[in-house]
Structure formats: structure tokens, C-alpha cells
Design a binder for this molecule. Structure first.
Ligand SMILES: Cc1cc2nc3c(=O)[nH]c(=O)nc-3n(C[C@H](O)[C@H](O)[C@H](O)COP(=O)(O)O)c2cc1C
Length: 188
């Protein structure tokens, strides 16, 4: 028997993504974002509260990076979701992380995060809530790559967000292969 839970944003898993931008004075801001992800082969969509410092920065610089946080940096990833650059001038400096400027877009790359997409803004909805970015490059730490040079998800040590109770969860073991695990059910 199923119980009705009403109108809730209840999907699982949700990602833990770090959006990094430059403030007007050239310092770095990073925010934690669960409501976003890939929306085309070379595009990401961000769903952001218009009041965030990140939104002002994206409007001004037309660029951002989006990184996958790993468990080693869970504490600081959560901090980026609690504190706003609108209220705390040294938000990023207080995190103890390091950033370098992207050579492709006007946005910072956080050195400690293992996987980063460098993005140019393609579209900002007038009310500032939804931003579409074009991926111009992907950077991955060598430590998370397979011998063939693709990203090994088990080496990323990423974690996911639980929209039901606000928990962070470790990603488990591989249990199948997409476009293959269901093949036996295909009737010719
Ligand atoms: C787990 C988690 C997920 C979040 N997801 C989003 C999100 O998808 N969109 C959003 O606008 N804010 C989200 N937030 C809130 C922002 O990260 C937070 O308000 C942050 O302080 C904004 O920083 P800024 O003002 O420096 O840009 C999330 C926070 C947490 C902890």
C-alpha cells in the first residue's frame, strides 16, 4: 500500500554540486547546489534562488564552474551551502580551499574538487532563477581517471544529497551497466 506524501521535491539521488564564481572584487564565491545538472550534451542547468551572491556574480561575469564535491571535502561543501557571500566577505577564504583562474572562462577552479566543468553562461531567465551554461571544458584530477583516461566514479568518492531528510550519502558499489543490463528483456 502506498501513502500519499503531497507536493514535494522528492527525487533521489540529488547531486552535491559546487558552483564557483568571482565576486566583483575578484575574490571567490562557492555555493552548494542540489537542484541542477546536465540538460544537453554540452549544457548544464542551474536552479538558483535569485537572491544568492552566486546569481549576481553569474550575471556580471557570464561564467561559472561546477564541480563534484568529494567526501574528503564534505564539511566545506556543506559550509558553502550554509553561508552566503552576501553576508560573509571572506566566505571562500574561511573554507581553507584554494582556487585558480580558469584559462577558458571568467570563473575560478577550486583545486581540491576532483571534477570540474568550466561553463559560459548561455541563458539567464529574467527572474534569475534558472541559468543555462555551456560546457567549454572538463577538468579531472589524474587520481580519478582510469588507465584509459576516463573518469572512474569509484575514485571520485562523491556523495549525494537526500531531499527527504537533508542527509548526505556515500555512493555505493556498481550494480549494473546502462544500455546493457536490460538487454535480456528485449523480445525480437
Ligand atoms: C545540500 C544543499 C543544497 C542546496 N541546493 C541549492 C539549490 O539547488 N539552489 C539554490 O538556490 N540554493 C541551494 N542551496 C542553498 C545555497 O547553497 C546557499 O543559500 C548559499 O549560502 C548561497 O551562497 P551565495 O549567496 O554565496 O551564492 C543548497 C544548500 C545546501 C546545503
Amino acid at each position: 500500500m502506498k501513502k500519499e506524501l503531497g507536493i514535494k521535491p522528492f527525487l533521489f539521488p540529488m547531486p552535491v554540486l559546487m558552483i564557483a564564481t568571482y565576486n566583483e572584487d575578484g575574490t571567490v564565491d562557492v555555493m552548494n547546489m542540489a537542484w541542477g545538472g546536465i540538460c544537453d550534451h554540452d549544457k548544464v542547468a542551474l536552479n538558483l534562488e535569485a537572491s544568492h551572491k552566486t546569481v549576481a556574480n553569474i550575471k556580471a561575469r557570464k561564467a561559472f564552474t561546477i564541480s563534484v564535491a568529494d567526501i574528503a571535502h564534505l564539511e566545506v561543501a556543506d559550509y558553502f551551502g550554509i553561508v552566503s557571500g552576501n553576508n560573509v566577505k571572506d566566505k571562500f577564504a574561511n573554507s581553507g580551499l584554494h582556487a585558480v583562474k580558469s584559462t577558458r572562462v571568467d570563473a575560478p577552479i577550486v583545486e581540491e574538487f576532483p571534477l570540474t566543468l568550466e561553463c559560459e553562461v548561455e541563458e539567464i531567465q529574467p527572474e534569475g532563477f534558472r541559468v543555462v551554461g555551456r560546457i567549454v571544458n572538463v577538468l579531472a584530477d589524474e587520481t580519478v581517471l582510469t588507465e584509459k583516461g576516463t573518469v572512474d566514479p569509484t575514485k571520485l568518492n562523491a556523495f549525494v544529497f537526500d531531499q527527504f531528510q537533508g542527509g548526505y550519502y556515500k555512493i555505493g558499489e556498481k550494480v549494473g551497466q546502462a544500455w546493457n543490463s536490460g538487454k535480456n528483456l528485449i523480445k525480437e
